[in-house]
Design a protein around this ligand. Structure first.
Ligand code: N15
Length: 274
């Protein structure tokens, strides 16, 4: 697909494959090339003017600046009177979240492979001064080869200074965001710890009956490793070194990639076939 002016008539629309905050996602095929994409349809009426301009435009700008094999591509966008259409990369194996649900939890090999590939992707984003801030299984997709694709930069920010704003889903939020303190790219490293735990145990570590309890558990770093799951000492070591309250003491991305658990378990190809 090349750059240019696109419109809805250029696409054959297939089944619905997703539903997000702002719109529905359909499988679609560009008629001339036969190229299969994910077409996201956002009704302008569902966005007030401020959000439309501020949020969507910002997301488009962020996505445009990122060109990495593990970042879901935004190929083009266009709009008509009522709708905005985003032409997105199609990830054939769908949501990581679904896979985690169906397997209950991942093997150490699979978990380490995803964590390593996320760490490399975040290193790239951070280099481009983008903090994702909303990494969670729902925002992770898998391509035809089982490689991870980071999608949805709905909460991402371009980081030139430390930020003070509050947003996102509780379970994945770092203490400094919950406490509305200044935060930087280390919030994404915290989230890697949360995800690593969730991949291995099937549920995030600070899950609780209500949001206040979750928040309390996060700010106290009330971390427990249930013995019902057989998780290696090295995996727990990595999780403990990421879920550290003081953001300056968390493992860096480079240290994650050199951690013995990653070196021992992660598949360098980034896809897991077991
Ligand atoms: C404003 C703009 C630049 C934001 C760009 N990012 C997004 O819109 C984030 N986003 C990505 N929102 C939805 C998607 C999305 C892309 C959702 C699902 C898919 C997608 N590509 N491929 C899929 C997909 N493939 C599937 C295969 C099987 C079952 C479900 C699937 N979903």
């Amino acid at each position: 697909m090349s750059e240019g002016e696109w419109n809805l008539a250029d696409f054959e629309i297939g089944k619905r494959i997703g539903e997000g905050k702002f719109g529905k996602v359909y499988l679609a095929r560009e008629k001339q090339s036969g190229y299969v994409v994910a077409l996201k349809v956002i009704f302008k009426a569902k966005l007030d003017k401020y959000r439309y301009h501020a949020q969507i435009r910002r997301e488009i700008e962020i996505q445009r600046r990122l060109n990495h094999p593990n970042v879901l591509r935004l190929f083009a966008w266009f709009h008509d009177e009522e709708r905005v259409f985003l032409v997105l990369e199609y990830a054939a194996r769908g949501e990581l979240y679904e896979l985690l649900n169906s397997l209950s939890h991942f093997s150490e090999k699979r978990a380490a492979t995803y964590i390593a590939s996320l760490a490399r992707t975040l290193a790239y984003c951070h280099e481009k001064h983008v903090i994702h801030r909303d990494i969670k299984p729902e925002n992770l997709l898998l391509d035809i080869e089982g490689r991870l694709k980071l999608a949805d930069f709905g909460w991402a920010v371009q980081s030139n200074a430390k930020r003070h704003t509050m947003c996102g889903t509780m379970d994945y939020l770092a203490p400094e965001m919950l406490e509305k303190r200044a935060h930087d790219h280390a919030v994404d490293n915290w989230t890697l710890g949360i995800l690593c735990y969730e991949f291995l145990y099937g549920a995030p570590p600070f899950e609780a009956a209500d949001e206040n309890d979750t928040k309390r558990r996060i700010v106290q770093v009330d971390l427990k490793f249930p013995s019902t799951h057989c998780v290696s000492v090295e995996a727990k070591d990595l999780i403990r070194k990421l879920l550290v309250k003081d953001s300056s003491k968390r493992l860096s991305i480079q240290e994650i990639l050199k951690h013995p658990w990653i070196l021992r378990n992660a598949d360098p190809s980034g896809s897991c076939s077991e």
